[in-house]
Design a binder for this molecule. Structure first.
Ligand code: SF4
Length: 210
């Protein structure tokens, strides 16, 4: 996984050692490892069984997730559910989380809408101790990085999803595969084609799990 070199203080001092997922989730509510906690509604920690064989890592919570406090419950989450189902992967058996645990946004020029803003490398690195702690606890057979932010967090900053998606990589004794983020499928000019590619990558995941 990417090394921890950050200009922000980082989450490390807030992560309790040896804690289970429930204790990690509680501790994350008090994280001040970077500035993103300030405008966000709440922390959105990972969700799913500690025995999951599969961990999916997205970028950060979106607007709906920030309000509800759970990952992948907005439009991208609905698309993910459908794709997981088509690839014969049950969401109940998957641990879902994000590389960054607070929603980063800018207010829309008009109205109350909040526009997603990509986290900086420093913010991603600051938040990495939480993802490391989740992975150490779940110890999945496979980690799936959804989109560039998650892939760079786990596989290194030079990783390019467009060139290496859908291939199982080995990083620090962990099998990892990268694909696109479901929100990128929603935004794609040819959504059907993007969706087919996403499901094809998830079928590689299914085959790898056996
Ligand atoms: S984004 Fe991560 S490091 Fe920053 S305050 Fe939230 S939980 Fe802590």
């Amino acid at each position: 996984m990417a090394t921890t070199t950050s200009r922000t203080a980082g989450a490390a001092e807030f992560v309790p050692e040896g804690a289970d997922l429930a204790a990690l989730r509680r501790a994350a509510t008090g994280c001040r490892g970077c500035e993103l906690y300030k405008p966000a509604t709440q922390v959105v920690f990972g969700s799913g069984p500690e025995t999951a064989r599969l961990v999916l890592v997205g970028e950060q919570p979106g607007d709906v997730e920030d309000r509800q406090g759970e990952p992948f419950v907005g439009p991208a989450g609905r698309l993910l559910d459908k794709a997981l189902d088509e690839a014969d992967l049950a969401r109940e058996g998957v641990y879902l989380t994000n590389a960054v645990k607070h929603f980063k946004f800018v207010p829309a020029e008009r109205g109350k809408r909040r526009i997603h803003k990509t986290p900086t490398r420093g913010e991603v690195v600051a938040c990495l101790p939480w993802l490391r702690a989740e992975l150490a606890r779940v110890r999945p057979d496979l980690v799936v990085c959804l989109g560039a932010t998650a892939a760079k967090a786990v596989l290194g900053s030079s990783f390019k999803v467009s060139e290496r998606r859908g291939r199982v990589e080995r990083v620090e004794d962990q099998d990892v595969i990268a694909t696109v983020h479901p929100s990128a499928v929603l935004r794609a000019p040819d959504r059907d084609e993007a969706y087919r590619g996403f499901v094809a990558d998830l079928r590689v995941v299914r085959a790898h799990l056996g």
